[in-house]
Design a protein around this ligand. Structure first.
Ligand code: SF4
Length: 377
């Protein structure tokens, strides 16, 4: 338990709002890990969790037997290259593409939307779907496409706008993903071999805990719904360890101030009225059943895929030569294990999507990651 006594550990703990509380939790984590006496691998599936893990140096406080890796939790990173390519093609054909800042920088096989803008395409950045609707209304003679990416947190506002009625000159390229099946795939994966999963806080506030229960019954592996404060993550890790130590796996909720069993039923109802779930491809990783949101039959006329006869692919070879983006997204390797990391690929010269997005593991490690390289104090 010397980990909390070293000068480096004290420095890391001093970043916490309540260093003494953090120290007490860390000591308990070490105690539980010692009692379990096994190598353990936990995974989270959320870019914001990775940001807190890295920014606050949480890995450096953990015992060497407890590893926490980032899984597929960054929406820009998992958006298929073929969806980006389709948007690039439409931009170059004269349609106006509306999307978020990070998404405009992620490259498909034909470059990024910002590259398309440099070639004369009309690519505009928006802050929300409402912003997209407003822009389309202002110019009724132009054809707009909103490139809709994200998880359960960003899908409900889009569903709400669709239910209210969007202008006829706007269509949607829906690349939303539903998180519970992704967490389920992580739990089931023999390749990853995780011992427990830290479930995301924001998207679980919408979905609730309920849809995760089937994956718990299937795998009987510990899951904890966790908030984003560093203390939340320490507690989440402690809860996973306690479940393992006691031999009582469960679906546990650390983030009780936001996540409930049922979730936000109003948002869920809006999503159910507008979308249906089908196979969803996570870029460079796999097709995950029931994780892809699609506009349902009633709204096919505003689906950009239908309107412009777009074809979606799920190609695996879609990163630059030598890049290990797919493995980083899946949590099979850390960014410094990619030969391009901080050489050809930096935040100002990103070669892969995980270096583009604020929620991408490579970008987070590049911005804050020195502390990750001094793990295991
Ligand atoms: S460093 Fe760049 S190329 Fe390598 S995995 Fe990260 S984003 Fe991909």
């Amino acid at each position: 338990m010397g980990s909390t006594g070293t000068a480096s550990a004290r420095e890391v703990l001093s970043r916490f709002r309540d260093p003494l509380l953090a120290k007490a939790i860390v000591e308990r984590i070490h105690e539980y890990a010692e009692a379990i006496d096994e190598q353990l691998l936990f995974m989270h599936v959320c870019g914001s969790h990775e940001w807190s893990m890295t920014h606050y140096g949480i890995r450096s406080l953990l015992p060497s037997s407890v590893e926490v890796r980032a899984g597929p939790g960054c929406p820009v990173c998992i958006t298929p290259a073929s969806d980006i390519d389709a948007m690039v093609d439409l931009a170059l054909e004269g349609k106006s593409i509306l999307t978020y800042g990070d998404m405009s920088r992620a490259r498909g096989t034909k470059g990024s939307l910002l590259d398309a803008r440099a070639e004369g395409g009309d690519v505009r950045l928006v802050y929300s779907v409402h912003d997209a609707v407003t822009k389309a209304r202002r110019e009724p003679d132009r054809e707009f496409v909103f490139f809709a990416v994200g998880f359960d947190t960003t899908a409900p506002p889009t569903a709400y706008e669709v239910l209210k009625g969007i202008p006829r000159n706007l269509s949607l390229m829906v690349s939303y993903r539903y998180m519970p099946p992704i967490a389920g795939a992580v739990l089931r994966s023999s390749l990853l071999g995780v011992d427990g999963v830290i479930n995301p806080g924001h998207s679980s506030t919408i979905t609730g805990m309920k849809p995760y229960y089937r994956y718990f019954l299937e795998t009987m592996k510990p899951q904890v719904f966790c908030g984003f404060e560093p203390i939340d993550l320490l507690l989440g890790i402690l809860m996973l360890l306690r479940q393992i130590r006691d031999g009582k796996p469960m679906l546990e909720n650390e983030y009780t101030r936001s996540v409930t069993w049922e979730g936000n039923t109003v948002a869920q109802e809006s999503m159910e009225r507008v979308f249906e779930l089908g196979d969803g491809y996570l870029r460079g990783v796999a097709v995950v059943p029931e994780c892809g949101f699609m506009l349902n039959e009633r709204y096919k006329d505003i689906d950009a895929c239908t309107r412009y006869s777009l074809r979606r692919r799920d190609t695996r070879e879609e990163f630059v030569a030598g890049a290990r983006c797919g493995e980083v997204i899946l949590g099979l390797c850390d960014p410094p294990e990619c030969p391009l990391y901080m050489k050809e690929c930096t935040p100002s010269t990103p070669k892969g999507p995980t270096m583009v997005s604020q929620e991408g593991t490579c970008k987070i490690w590049a911005d804050h990651g020195l502390i990750n390289s001094i793990c295991r104090l």
